[in-house]
Write a protein that binds this ligand. Structure first.
Ligand code: 13P
Length: 254
């Protein structure tokens, strides 16, 4: 049985008090959802991880993750945060290869592969983000792009390590634009990703792989998206910054 996950990527938003208040609200609101088999993961900015892991400690339904980690283990890399440092804070998940990191900070499939390796060595589950730009979709090369992102970024793993990873499909044209993928578009790509995983690792691994959708997912469209056969939850940006909308998204999981 694959895990159902709703994750909130806060990006570079919220001051400390706001971050703690939002977490407290979510802990309270999610308590009512105890019967629902959903994993909730929050991805705050690095500097809040320590406080929020302690805050969420008693609330087993909420895990704290990091939005990024360094592709280096330690040393003279000013401004970087390593996977062992994240692990030492109790961080259980890390986003790798978010399109904003790929486009603004030059991340490549190869640097993502290194980060995934370091995360796994430190018992942190990577959520590997892939997705095509509007240009790539309109040129009809989106399947090739996604396949390349998988092959170069994560398919070097053995089956056991791959099973510890989560995939997030985030079409770049849908992120922060209010233009979400249609159900047909999302299902088509999620099915393609699962088939590509199956061709590499076999049907059982593919069936157990959680594939999240991200890109203008909100409490109005989450239910339809989450009901698609190959969508196992969402990676939510803007709509994860308000407790009410994020809780409604969690409630949208079947
Ligand atoms: P939005 O939900 O704001 O479109 O962002 C999606 C995203 O990038 C999550 O990682």
């Amino acid at each position: 049985m694959r895990k159902k996950i709703v994750a909130g990527n806060w990006k570079m938003n919220l001051l400390k008090e706001e971050a703690q208040a939002l977490t407290a609200e979510l802990i309270g609101m999610i308590k009512d959802e105890e019967s629902r088999p959903v994993n909730v993961i929050l991805f705050p900015p690095f500097i809040y991880i320590n406080a929020l892991t302690q805050q969420a400690n008693a609330e087993t339904r909420i895990s704290i993750g990091a939005q990024n980690c360094s592709d280096k283990l330690s040393g003279a890399y000013t401004g970087e945060v390593s996977a062992p440092m994240l692990a030492s804070l109790g961080c259980k998940y890390v986003l790798v290869g978010h399109s904003e990191r790929r486009s603004y900070y030059g991340e490549t499939n190869q640097s993502c592969a290194t980060k995934i390796d370091l995360a796994l060595q430190n018992n942190i589950s990577p959520i590997y983000c892939i997705g095509e730009t509007l240009n790539e979709r309109e040129s009809g090369i989106h399947f090739d792009i996604l396949k390349k992102q998988l092959e170069e970024g994560i398919f070097y793993l053995n089956k056991e390590d791959f099973s510890k990873c989560i995939i997030a499909y985030e079409p770049v044209w849908a992120i922060g634009t209010g233009k979400t993928a249609s159900s047909d578009q999302a299902q088509e790509i999620h099915k393609f990703i699962r088939q590509t995983v199956a061709a590499k690792y076999g049907n059982e691994t593919a069936e157990n792989c959680s594939i999240l959708y991200g890109g203008s997912c909100n409490d109005q469209n989450a239910k339809e998206l989450f009901n698609l056969p190959d969508v196992d939850g969402g990676l939510i940006g803007g709509a994860s910054l308000k407790s009410r909308s994020f809780t409604n998204i969690i409630k949208s999981l079947p």
